[in-house]
Ligand binder design. Structure first.
Ligand SMILES: [Ca+2]
Ligand SMILES: [Ca+2]
Ligand SMILES: [Ca+2]
Length: 614
């Protein structure tokens, strides 16, 4: 849709030698009565030096115009009066050489009762890699400017044809599984070409979406803005929320800004001259770091083809904050997953979070702080002020520490008690229920491809993620036991046959039923969604905890050993009176009655049982 706005708008002039042109306006639209007013436009074109920007319609007024020396960019504030109705409000760009018109639109706000809902403990998030889930529209699989090799499904680094239409088509499958929110890998437009080199990772493409070339456009192989909006509406109608993957830290090296940045300090360095991030991430939270190391992690490029945005330049910060809000406003999404968030200044995370909440109070953002130490991830979550005086206000971070502990336990590399030993560090979080607990993601080896993995281990792992405190997030395909080693092997195409019951192999169906039953347990028991977690018993092979909310209690009991395990549960300590029966909600063994403040339960070998009280 916005590709259309990229068409040249040229106004005639007598000589036309140096007539100005406008090729792009970011953002292309905004709202009246928005918490950001004026909105700051970034206009790209030619011969824009010294231009005056104005609105013929008095509902909009333009001020604070500045531009770069080459005349290829203008910045302008557009103040929108509160009574402005939705519609087209073109602006005029005037220089002594003539006049150009640039399109600008006022949008009608989406219904706040059904959009921008935020994510909370009632949700189960399902991560989808858009290119690899379902191909619902083969017409978009080979754009005109893409070499055929870029669309080779046999190349794990090529585009495979998955798209937004495919996700719309499979919403009933996702509803059937019971997930309530979809996190989609980035749908920003990425380069259609193919990288060639003599390294093992070539030829490759940006099928994953993390190398944007236009923060305001949708990847043409995935669909367009109308398809995103249709997906959000249809998902919402089924009670499924949508989370957009946003990447404010960097853009792709094919972005037009690379050869002509809007400001000299738009990026940290240039394609030819920049520092590489050495990923000494711990310097970001240590109060004792030196500035050389600290700046390297903030300013260094994630890779040589990911130019690093400079959020300390106020024009960059404003651009990115408006961009985040624009996507929410035009699509109605409910949450944002912010990529590589720790590589941006903490004041920027705070300003972004504040701007999102000011306009959309329930909106939720989770930051990727890929660290296995709780102290590090806790430093980045909002709700407390760090030693640097900053509260990031960030709603959630992924709990990589607990994910790591669970993988180790259920592949037999660590004692089961280490789950409890990790959870004790919840003391570091202002509210550990706000953590997003991943089962796995697109950057990690799939469970069944880990050394020491078994079906039983995979089942205990996902049951743990779905029953422990926090907001669970699962990764597409793990519900049918997909395998996959490191990226890109962990991003294989979802087998289309598995969307339907009669197409699933017995092994796929077993995992699907199990995952669905634990999702259902969450849905049916508020104690599992948001109850307090209380440790009841833990040793090298066993972990038993309670989730307790108001008068409801659910007890979850893991037994990793090869024999049944009998455990005396101190039921009295969580207020269960003598005579109460513990009966399995998931699992086959019978439970026990509370006698003298204790209940004896038997957990079958290599599985997990959930008990309710009766
Ligand atoms: Ca397609
Ligand atoms: Ca593209
Ligand atoms: Ca950075």
């Amino acid at each position: 849709m916005h590709r259309v706005t990229a068409v040249l708008w040229i106004l005639l002039c007598a000589t036309c030698v140096s007539a100005q042109t406008v090729t792009k306006v970011d953002p292309p639209s905004w709202w009246a009565n928005h918490s950001i007013n004026p909105v700051r436009l970034l206009v790209r074109g030619t011969n824009l030096s010294g231009a005056r920007v104005s609105s013929a319609n008095p509902a909009l007024s333009v001020s604070n115009v500045s531009g770069n020396e080459k005349g290829t960019y203008l910045f302008a504030d557009v103040t929108i009066s509160s009574s402005t109705r939705a519609g087209e409000y073109p602006l005029s760009v005037e220089t002594p050489n003539g006049r150009a018109t640039m399109p600008f639109r006022i949008e009608s706000p989406l219904d706040a009762r059904t959009n921008f809902q935020g994510i909370n403990n009632d949700d189960v998030i399902y991560l989808i890699m858009v290119d690899r889930f379902a191909d619902g529209d083969t017409a978009n699989n080979s754009p005109a400017n893409s070499p055929p090799e870029a669309n080779d499904r046999n190349n794990p680094r090529g585009f495979h044809g998955g798209d937004l239409r495919g996700i719309i088509n499979q919403l009933p499958y996702l509803k059937g599984l019971g997930v309530t929110a979809l996190w989609l890998t980035p749908w920003y437009d990425n380069w259609n070409g193919l990288n060639r080199c003599d390294k093992p990772w070539c030829p490759n493409t940006y099928y994953h979406g993390y190398h944007t070339i236009d923060y305001y456009a949708v990847e043409d192989r995935f669909g367009d803005l109308a398809t995103v909006r249709e997906l959000v509406q249809k998902a919402h109608a089924l009670g499924i929320k949508i989370i957009q993957d946003q990447v404010a830290n960097h853009v792709g090296s094919q972005h037009p800004w690379i050869n002509d940045p809007p400001l000299a300090n738009w990026f940290h360095g240039t394609l030819a001259q920049h520092q590489r991030n050495k990923f000494q991430n711990s310097v970001l939270f240590s109060p004792h770091s030196n500035q050389i190391e600290f700046r390297n992690v903030l300013d260094g490029w994630f890779s040589d083809d990911l130019p690093d945005m400079n959020q300390e330049e106020p024009e960059v910060a404003r651009y990115e904050i408006q961009n985040a809000l624009w996507w929410v406003g035009v699509t109605g999404i409910d949450g944002i997953r912010q990529d590589t968030i720790q590589y941006m200044p903490r004041f920027f995370i705070r300003d972004l979070s504040n701007a999102l909440h000011r306009q959309y109070p329930a909106l939720w953002m989770v930051g990727e702080v890929f660290e296995r130490e709780a102290a590090h991830t806790a430093f980045f979550i909002g709700g407390h002020t760090g030693w640097d005086g900053v509260d990031t206000k960030l709603d959630s971070v992924f709990d990589f520490a607990l994910w790591n502990a669970s993988l180790r336990v259920f592949t037999n590399k660590a004692p089961v008690r280490s789950l409890r030993d990790q959870l004790k560090y919840d003391a570091l979080y202002p509210d550990p229920s706000k953590l997003t607990v991943l089962a796995n993601n697109h950057d990690t080896t799939r469970f069944l491809s880990l050394e020491g993995a078994s079906d039983a281990g995979a089942m205990m792992h996902v049951a743990f993620i779905l029953s422990v405190r926090g907001i669970p997030q699962i990764y597409y395909g793990e519900e049918i036991g997909m395998e996959g080693k490191e990226d890109p092997d962990n991003r294989r195409d979802f087998p289309g046959s598995a969307f339907k019951v009669d197409g699933r192999k017995p092994h796929e169906q077993k995992m699907f039923d199990w995952t669905r039953s634990w999702i259902r347990l969450r849905r049916e028991h508020q104690a599992v969604r948001s109850g307090r977690l209380i440790d009841l018993f833990y040793d090298d092979e066993t972990y038993v905890f309670a989730r307790r909310h108001a008068s409801e209690t659910v007890i979850v009991a893991f037994n990793r050993q090869n024999q049944p395990k009998q455990v005396r549960v101190p039921a009295g300590t969580i207020g269960l009176r003598d005579g109460v029966m513990l009966k399995p909600l998931i699992g086959v063994e019978t439970g026990g009655r509370v006698v003298n403040g204790e209940a004896t339960i038997v957990i079958p070998p290599q599985t997990v049982t959930a008990f309710g009280t009766f």
